[in-house]
Structures are given as C-alpha cells and as structure tokens.
Ligand binder design. Sequence first.
Ligand code: GTP
Ligand code: MG
Length: 206
Amino acid sequence: LFARPWIFIRGVPAMKFLPPEGPPEIAFAGRSNVGKSSLINALIGQKGLARTSNTPGRTQELNYFVPDGFSGAKDDLPPLALVDMPGYGFAQAPKDLVDRWTKLVFDYLRGRVTLKRVYVLIDARHGIKKIDGEVLDLLDKAAVSYQIVLTKTDKIGEKAVPHLISDTLAKISKRPAAYPEVIATSSEKNRGLDELRQAIVTATAG
Ligand code: GTP
Ligand code: MG
C-alpha cells in the first residue's frame, strides 16, 4: 500500500467542505512545525506531495491523501485516507486565522465518524506541551483512538530515545484513548517509518 503512488485529493478549509464519509481516515495532528507533512511524505516516499516549510503555519487546510488507482465511486473506494492537518499552538499568525484553524482541527477530531486513529506528533526535543495535553483531553473525551509519535529524533542523541519513549508512555498511561505504544521517528533519517506504517495498517483494519 505504501509502496504505490499516492495523490492529493482535497483541501478542506472548513467542516462543510469535508468529503462524504468514505474510507477509514488516519489523521496527523500536532503543533505547528512538528513535522506532520514531512512525516506523511516520508511514509509514502514522495518528497513534495504534502507541502512542508521551515515556517510554522504551512498547512492551512485538512489535506486528504489517498493511494492512486481508485475512482472514488462507492464500489471503488481507496482502503484508507491520510489527513494532514494545520498545526495548533502557533501564536505568530493573525489571531482570526489561528482561531479558524484551531476550530477546524478540534471540530474534525471530535466529530468525524470515519476517523479511525489520530497520530499526535510530539517534537522529541520539546515533549508534550500544554496545548498537546488539551488535544489529548479532547480525544479522550470523544473516545477517539490516538497514538503518540515522536518526531525529529535525529535532533536528539540516539541514547536519549529509549528514555524519552518510556517517559512519554508514563505520561499517557492514565489516558483512556491512548494507544499504549509510542513510535519514535525521523523523517530526515527515515527512522521508525516501517513501525508506523504497520501501526496504521492495523488501525485501519481494526
Ligand atoms: P505546519 O504545517 O506548519 O503545522 O508544520 P508541519 O508539522 O507540517 O511541519 P513540516 O513537515 O512542514 O516540517 C517543519 C520543519 O521541520 C521543516 O523545515 C522540516 O524540514 C523539518 N523537519 C520535519 N521532520 C524532520 C525530521 O525528522 N528531522 C529534522 N531534522 N527536521 C525535520
Ligand atoms: Mg504541515
């Protein structure tokens, strides 16, 4: 599945533009600049498909990606869709914009029936911040399954990774909707990608 080409099918600026509920959706959430779009590109092995940037606030809509070769007709739906999301917690953009993105992200996470799992990305250098905690609270409350992914692990020492994983696991151990495994990744060094692909396939089937 991840070896075939993927395509961008839709950018969703507001809830009313969501596609009709179809294939299971796997969403990537996290603070601005944490590496959501880069991770999607690394997973499907297509560098420029999801747009990335040094500047936080790059992704401004819910962007839908699916494997190519499905018409999208009722009897020819792709087996899953990956949804790249605007980042939250970005203070530098105009407030009305930030408010709109945040509302879109929160509404989608809370209310999408076909959303199978959310990957909540946490920068390995920063750990779980207050705003991440608020997103996890929302997912727990809405009973939406989620799993933590550490990003940019190439930026911390290799020896620090196992400790960070167990530390993060301890922090989420009381959270009801948290999947009790943390995946450490680097899109730059292609680390943890097979583990994440496997988890996505399992979550989609379940
Ligand atoms: P927004 O769409 O703005 O919320 O950001 P995002 O979470 O989609 O982040 P994006 O993928 O655009 O990456 C942000 C920056 O981090 C870019 O400069 C990437 O090159 C860099 N980056 C992403 N993943 C990694 C990684 O694994 N290692 C390193 N060193 N840099 C990374
Ligand atoms: Mg992005």
